[in-house]
Design a protein around this ligand. Structure first.
Ligand code: ATP
Ligand code: MG
Length: 249
């Protein structure tokens, strides 16, 4: 039995962790960046991964997605009893991990629909185009428009939609609200709530901590590559000392 070790007792008593990191250490060359991180997420939860600039949030997401840089040198990462720590990035993707990076990577020269179709090439297929357009009506209206000409908010929607077009279990979002107007942030947050209700597990990294915490079930705060808080999102919203100390808000 390869049950993931769970250092944090949070909800572990009621259900097993779906994604868990155990004593994860990762390096860029000789720079020790992800410093012994452990946390876990239950299926269908949204976890806000927060911390100041340079705390190691992006590096942690990249480590989960097994991108190779930073290099995982110690620890284990389990997804639904599958050892992600033994996988390369394409295997982690096939196991159901999708990383939506900060720069969104919409492919130039392709329409909205072609961007989505490209994501569906590799089986197994995820959500159908109809289901995606149902969730993101703006993308449906603009299906023939070139993806890179979309507004920032629409590009973020396309980046998330493209992840769903694959058969994914976990959505890793790196600063999805960056540069977006509050009304668009609200629209995307509402959509992420619907995606959660459909059973997808989400990790959201955000500088807009309040928006992320309002959406999230749980929060993990990083400081210089280590976990300094692991608990409910509501607890962080209510605890101004914690926010001031680690989030500067
Ligand atoms: N490719 C790299 N090579 C060397 N060091 C890196 C590399 N990428 C990031 N780092 C360093 O790793 C540390 C963590 O960076 P990371 O990007 O994970 O932080 P972050 O929490 O996402 O910050 P931000 O909020 O600014 O996006 C920083 O000190 C950064 O300078
Ligand atoms: Mg970052």
């Amino acid at each position: 039995m390869n049950a993931p070790f769970n250092k944090h007792a949070n909800n572990a008593a009621t259900s097993p962790a779906f994604l868990s990191l155990w004593e994860v250490e990762a390096y860029y060359g000789e720079s020790y960046i992800v410093q012994n991180i452990s946390f876990s997420i239950h299926e269908g939860e949204i976890l806000a991964l927060l911390g100041r600039n340079g705390a190691g949030k992006t590096s942690t997401l990249r480590t989960i997605a097994r991108l190779g840089n930073p290099e995982l040198r110690h620890g284990e990462i389990w997804l639904d009893h599958k050892p992600l720590h033994e996988m390369k990035s394409h295997q982690a993707a096939a196991a159901g991990i999708a990383l939506v990076p900060e720069d969104r990577r919409i492919i130039a020269g392709l329409t909205v629909e072609e961007n989505l179709q490209l994501a569906q090439i590799a089986p197994p297929k995820g959500w159908s185009l109809d289901r995606i357009y149902d969730l993101f009506p703006r993308l449906g209206e603009r299906r023939k428009q070139e993806g890179v000409t979309l507004s920032g908010g629409e590009q973020q929607m396309l980046a998330i939609a493209r992840a769903l077009a694959r058969d994914i279990k976990v959505l890793l979002l790196d600063e999805p609200y960056e540069g977006l107007a509050p009304v668009i942030v609200q629209e995307i947050a509402k959509t992420l709530g619907v995606i959660r209700d459909q059973g997808i597990t989400t990790v959201i990294v955000e500088q807009n901590a309040v928006a992320a915490l309002k959406l999230a079930d749980r929060a993990v705060i990083l400081d210089t590559g280590s976990v300094v808080f692991d608990g409910s999102a509501a607890e962080v919203l209510e605890n101004s000392d914690l926010r001031a100390q680690y989030l500067a808000i």
